[in-house]
Design a protein around this ligand. Structure first.
Ligand code: ZN
Length: 264
């Protein structure tokens, strides 16, 4: 007779936990039943959430194997999906564009309502989901050590609370600095607190910036490929010690670089 109340208590406790998690579930997610022929990207577009957030919320292992009729958890309050516009150039193929942006070409075809992928018109603007943009490489080829994060912080020199538009990476003076992605040099010279600075313009309205350099090895207008040495790191400008200040900007606005490059 002693066992029974304990058992009942456990049962109620489990029920309570399940109900509570049920409430939390309802508050954080909405549900979507997968329709025939629907892709995860389309669903992400429909709810305006990043594809990755759906993949994570549902522990999906392969985006190509989703079952019709299955109910997905769609995270609410996720970031609104961003898109970039890509202008088709001579020689471009839809598969090529998709591969370069790490997306499925069929998703690009659907998203842009392209009837025939073989007859892409030069100059046409193609929408590409932004959260899948990648292709940025490390600006240093030494183990990356973050000495200051992206975001608001008290400025190391002035002490004023300010936005840090990039990340700081530890680098002894004279360490080679590499173009994170191919592009065209749009700035090479001194600029205020940045000291000796290089700016590179990439496709899709991205730019990367490399500050506090000791030497600059490129000129404005020069086309550089990914991995090209653009200068040597240093301690020029307003800086408390040798390091590389690295920024990634989209349409002129800074983005969190660790969205694009991995720092262990
Ligand atoms: Zn910095």
């Amino acid at each position: 007779m002693k066992r029974r109340p304990i058992h009942t208590f456990t049962f109620i406790a489990v029920l309570l936990v399940e109900t509570l998690s049920g409430i939390a579930f309802a508050a954080g997610f909405q549900q979507h039943m997968i329709q025939k022929g629907e892709t995860l990207s389309e669903i992400a577009q429909k709810y305006k959430v990043p594809l990755k957030s759906i993949i994570q919320a549902n522990s999906i292992k392969s985006v190509h194997r989703i079952q019709t009729g299955k109910t997905l958890r769609i995270p609410k309050d996720a970031f609104v999906i961003k898109e970039i516009m890509y202008q088709v150039r001579p020689g471009d193929t839809l598969i090529g564009i998709a591969n370069r942006h790490n997306v499925d070409w069929k998703d690009l075809q659907r998203l842009n309502r392209i009837s025939s992928p073989r007859s892409l018109q030069i100059g046409t603007e193609i929408r590409i989901p932004h959260d899948t943009v990648s292709g940025f490489g490390d600006p240093l080829r030494i183990p990356l050590v973050l000495t200051s994060k992206y975001g608001y912080r008290p400025h190391p020199v002035t002490g004023r609370y300010r936005m840090h538009e990039g990340i700081d990476l530890r680098a002894a003076i004279g360490t080679r600095v590499y173009a994170s992605k191919g592009g065209r040099v749009i700035f090479a010279g001194r600029k205020g607190g940045y000291g000796k600075l290089v700016g590179i313009e990439h496709e899709d309205n991205f730019t990367t910036w490399y500050g506090h350099l000791s030497r600059i090895r490129v000129k404005v207008g020069q086309i550089v490929s990914q991995g090209k040495v653009i200068g040597l790191s240093g301690n020029t400008g307003i800086s408390t010690g040798p390091h590389l200040h690295f920024e990634i900007r989209y349409k002129g606005r800074s983005e969190k670089p660790t969205k694009y490059i991995t720092i262990p």
